[in-house]
Design a protein around this ligand. Structure first.
Ligand code: ADP
Ligand code: MG
Length: 696
C-alpha cells in the first residue's frame, strides 16, 4: 500500500490502494497479477454520464441516465427471503422526487447518510404505485475524489467475483503506471500506420476524453477507435511474429524423406479415374516439391466445395506411402472418415495399400489391432476422426498427416500430432474461402495452395429462394426430380439447445415430409444416431434405395454423393453465408443440373432476406466470403465466425480485417531488417503468441 508515485506496469496489484491479501488473491485467481494486467483489462462498453437529467424531465425509455440531488428519507428492512436487505430511499432535486430501491446495498446507506449532494446513475422504470423509480442505481458522492459524472464512464466486464465498479476504481489508480509503460512497438511503425502510442491508446480506452464527440463514441463502441486498432494491431503482430518464428524453426527441422520417381508417377496416373484439372495438377506439383524438399511440409490447401481436394490428398499420401512412410488422415466426423476410407479403398485398389478406419465406431478388438499396427508400422494407412490423437496413438514412422475440413487445428493439436513422429509433413485442407489477404496472415506459418477451378462438366447449382407458400409446389418438384433420377437432401436447422430435442423435431418434421412424398423413401440423419445406422442410411442413399435424406447439419462438410441434385435448406436465415455455401456444395457434383432451394422462415428479418438474396446471386465461395466480411455487422449472431484464431483478446479478424493485413506486412518488414526477435520479445510482455485456430 504505497502511494502511486513511481507505479510501474510490472508492479504487483497489491501496491494499489484497496488491494490487500484477499483482493490480491481474488485478482490472481482471474489472471490479474500486475498493474499492467489491469491496464490491459479493457472496458466492455462506455456509458455517457455527461448529461444530467432533472427529475421532472425523466422518461422511461430503457436508457440509463444521471440525476443530481440529495436523499431525503431512507428505510432499510430485511426481506423474508434470507439474506436479502432492501434499502428504500427518496431522491429529490429542485424539480421533483423519485423513489429509489437498492437490494443488498453494501455500504450505500452509510455513504448516503454522510453525503450532501449525490449523483445517481441508472435506468428509470415504472414503479408499481405509479410514477418512475430507479432500482440499484450507481451512487456517486459529488465531493468525493471518486467522481465520474460528466464523463464517458468505462464499464468493465466482471472478473470472477470482482465487480465492474471496483475494477473501475482500481484501473483508474493503475493508470498512474502508464507514465512508466514502455511501448513495445518501434515509433516509426506506429507513426507509419497512424496509430497512437500505447500509453495514449490505453488511457483513451479507460478514460475517454470528456469532449469526445458522437463519432468518437461510435468508434469506441464498434471497437474501431484508434486505440482499439492499436491494441488489435499489437496482438496481430505478436501473432504474426510467433508464426514467422515457428516457420523459421520448421525450416531447420528435417522432414520425412520422400522422392517422386517415374514408378510413382506411373502408378499415380494408373490409379486416377479421371484427368486432374490444371489447378489440381499445379497444387499437386507444389505439394510434391514440398515432400521432396527436405524440411517438413506445412501447407494449407484451399479449394471451394467440390473442387476435388480429396484426390490431391490421395496423391500426396501415395507419395509418402511409396517412400515407406505411414500416412494418417483426420476428418471432423465419423461419416466423413468412413466416406474417405471407402473412397481410398477404391482408389488404391491396384496398390499394396488398404486404408484402415480408426474412429469411435470401430470395435475394441479392431481398434487394438490398428493401434498395434500403427506402433509397429505394419499398418501404414489410416483414416479416422480426432479419436486418433486423443487415443494417444503411437506411430512408428509417421510421414504425412492430412487434416480434412478441420474446424479447429490449434498449435496444441498440431504439436500433439507432431509428437507422434519426427515432424511429419502436414497438409490441411479447407473449403472455407478465407480471403487470401487474411489467409496469408492467419495461417502465416502454412504455405498456401489454392484449387481455383472446378472439375469439368459441372453446371453451376441454381439457387432459388422460396417461402412456405411454395411448399406444395416444392414437393411436386422434388417428386419429379426423383423420377428423373435425382436425389434430395433436406436440411433442417438446429433450433433447440439440446441435441435430443433437435432429433425429435427432425423426426416430427420427417413425418410431414413423408406424408407429402408418399411414394419416396425418406430417411433421417442426425448427430445423435449411432454410426452404424448413419452409414446404413448414407449407403442406401448412395445406392438410390433411399431418395430423400432429411438431416441436421451433419451433412454440412464433405459428404460426396454425385447423384444428389437438390438441396433444400429449411429456415435458411438461421445459417451463416459460409455454412449455406457448404450445404449448397453437397449438390452439383454430377453431370446433371442441380438446385439449391432456400426456404425462408416467417420470422426472417429484412437483413436476413438480403443476405439470402446475396447468397442466391453469388455462386463463388470466395466472393461470398468477401460479401460476408462486408455485410457482417454487429447485429450478426455471435459465434458465427468461421475462421481465424479463436482466442484473440483484442483483435477480431472480421472487425479488424484491414489491421490483419497491416500486421502481416509489418511482420515481414521486421523480419527482413532483423528486428523481429526484439519486437516479438517486447510484445510478448503483453500479448500471447500461441493461438488455437479455427477453420471451416
Ligand atoms: P472437395 O474439394 O469438396 O473435398 P471432393 O474431393 O470431394 O471435393 O471432390 C468432389 C467430386 O469431384 C468427387 O466426386 C470427385 O471424385 C470429383 N472429382 C475430383 N476431381 C475431379 C476431376 N479432375 N475430374 C472429374 N471429377 C473430379
Ligand atoms: Mg472434401
Amino acid at each position: 500500500m504505497i502511494d502511486d508515485c513511481g507505479l510501474r506496469p510490472g508492479d504487483s496489484v497489491d501496491r494499489l490502494k484497496g488491494v490487500g491479501d484477499a483482493r490480491s488473491r481474488q485478482l490472481g485467481a482471474v489472471g490479474i497479477h500486475t498493474v499492467g494486467d489491469l491496464l490491459f483489462h479493457l472496458p466492455l462498453r462506455w456509458e455517457d454520464r455527461r448529461r444530467i437529467v432533472s427529475v421532472e424531465g425523466i422518461q422511461e425509455n430503457g436508457s440509463a441516465i444521471a440525476v443530481r440531488g440529495r436523499v431525503t428519507g431512507m428505510v432499510s428492512r430485511r426481506a423474508r427471503r434470507r439474506g436479502l436487505t432492501i434499502l428504500e430511499a427518496v431522491f429529490e432535486d429542485p424539480t421533483g422526487q423519485m423513489p429509489v430501491i437498492w437490494f443488498n446495498p453494501r455500504g450505500i446507506e452509510k455513504r448516503l447518510s454522510q453525503a450532501e449532494t449525490i449523483v445517481l446513475f441508472g435506468v428509470p422504470k415504472a414503479a408499481p404505485r405509479g410514477g418512475l423509480q430507479m432500482i440499484n442505481p450507481e451512487v456517486e458522492v459529488v465531493d468525493d475524489s471518486d467522481r465520474w459524472v460528466g464523463t464517458l464512464v468505462s464499464v468493465y466486464p466482471t472478473l470472477g467475483s470482482i465487480g465492474g465498479p471496483f475494477l473501475r476504481r482500481l484501473i483508474r489508480a493503475a493508470l498512474a503506471a502508464l507514465e512508466n509503460l514502455q511501448d513495445p512497438l518501434p515509433k516509426a511503425v506506429a507513426r507509419g500506420l497512424d496509430l497512437p502510442d500505447l500509453r495514449t491508446a490505453l488511457r483513451s480506452l479507460h478514460r475517454p476524453a470528456p469532449d469526445i464527440d458522437e463519432r468518437g463514441v461510435e468508434m469506441l463502441v464498434g471497437r474501431r477507435s484508434p486505440a482499439h486498432l492499436r491494441l488489435a494491431f499489437d496482438e496481430l503482430l505478436a501473432f504474426s511474429l510467433g508464426l514467422a518464428q515457428r516457420r523459421e524453426q520448421r525450416r531447420v527441422d528435417p522432414g520425412p524423406r520422400c522422392v517422386v520417381n517415374d514408378a510413382i508417377r506411373r502408378r499415380a496416373v494408373s490409379m486416377l479415374p479421371f484427368q486432374l484439372t490444371n489447378a489440381q495438377r499445379r497444387v499437386l506439383k507444389e505439394i510434391a516439391a514440398d515432400l521432396e524438399a527436405g524440411p517438413a511440409m506445412a501447407r494449407l490447401l484451399q479449394g471451394d466445395v467440390g473442387s476435388g481436394k480429396t484426390v490431391v490428398a490421395a496423391m500426396a499420401m501415395l507419395i509418402a506411402l511409396e517412400n515407406g512412410h505411414q500416412v494418417l488422415m483426420m476428418a471432423p466426423t465419423e461419416l466423413l472418415a468412413e466416406q474417405h476410407r471407402a473412397g481410398f479403398e477404391r482408389l488404391f485398389q491396384e496398390t499394396p495399400w488398404t486404408p484402415e478406419l480408426l474412429s469411435g465406431s470401430v470395435g475394441t478388438a479392431q481398434r487394438r489391432k490398428i493401434l498395434t499396427g500403427l506402433a509397429d508400422a505394419t499398418c501404414p494407412f489410416v483414416v479416422g476422426t480426432h479419436a486418433l490423437i486423443q487415443d494417444a496413438v503411437d506411430l512408428a514412422n509417421l510421414g504425412l498427416v492430412v487434416i480434412d475440413e478441420q474446424h479447429r487445428f490449434g498449435t496444441v493439436q498440431r504439436q500433439a500430432l507432431m509428437g507422434k513422429g519426427v515432424s511429419p509433413h502436414l497438409l490441411v485442407m479447407t473449403a472455407t474461402p478465407i480471403p487470401r489477404s487474411l489467409a496469408l496472415t492467419l495461417y502465416g506459418d502454412l504455405d498456401l495452395s489454392v484449387i481455383d477451378e472446378m472439375p469439368p462438366g459441372r453446371r453451376p447449382v441454381r439457387t432459388e429462394i422460396r417461402d412456405d407458400g411454395a411448399r406444395e409446389k416444392l414437393y411436386r418438384f422434388l417428386c419429379s426430380e426423383v423420377e428423373n433420377g435425382g436425389r434430395i437432401f433436406v436440411v433442417y436447422p438446429l433450433i433447440e439447445a439440446s441435441e435430443s430435442l433437435d432429433a425429435r423435431a427432425v423426426t416430427e418434421y420427417a413425418e410431414e415430409v413423408r406424408r407429402a412424398l408418399p411414394d419416396l423413401r425418406v430417411e433421417v440423419l442426425h448427430g445423435r444416431m449411432d454410426s452404424g445406422d448413419r452409414d446404413a442410411v448414407l449407403q442406401a442413399f448412395r445406392s438410390g434405395e433411399v431418395q430423400v435424406i432429411l438431416a441436421t447439419t451433419v451433412i454440412e462438410v464433405g459428404i460426396d454423393v454425385p447423384e444428389a441434385t437438390v438441396m433444400v435448406i429449411e429456415s435458411a436465415e438461421r445459417f451463416g453465408l459460409s455454412q449455406l455455401h457448404q450445404l449448397r456444395g453437397r449438390v452439383g457434383r454430377g453431370m446433371r443440373q442441380s438446385w439449391c432451394v432456400v426456404m425462408v422462415g416467417e420470422g426472417a428479418s429484412e437483413a436476413a432476406k438480403q443476405r439470402l438474396a446475396r447468397f442466391a446471386d453469388t455462386p463463388d465461395g470466395f466472393a461470398l466470403a468477401e460479401a460476408d466480411l462486408e455485410m457482417r455487422g454487429p447485429g450478426e449472431l455471435a459465434g458465427n465466425r468461421q475462421w481465424g484464431p479463436s482466442n484473440f483478446r483484442f483483435a477480431d479478424p472480421v472487425i479488424h480485417h484491414d489491421v490483419v493485413v497491416w500486421a502481416r506486412s509489418v511482420a515481414r518488414d521486421l523480419s527482413d531488417n532483423g528486428q523481429l526477435p526484439i519486437v516479438a520479445e517486447a510484445l510478448s510482455r503483453y500479448h500471447q503468441t500461441e493461438f488455437e485456430i479455427l477453420v471451416g
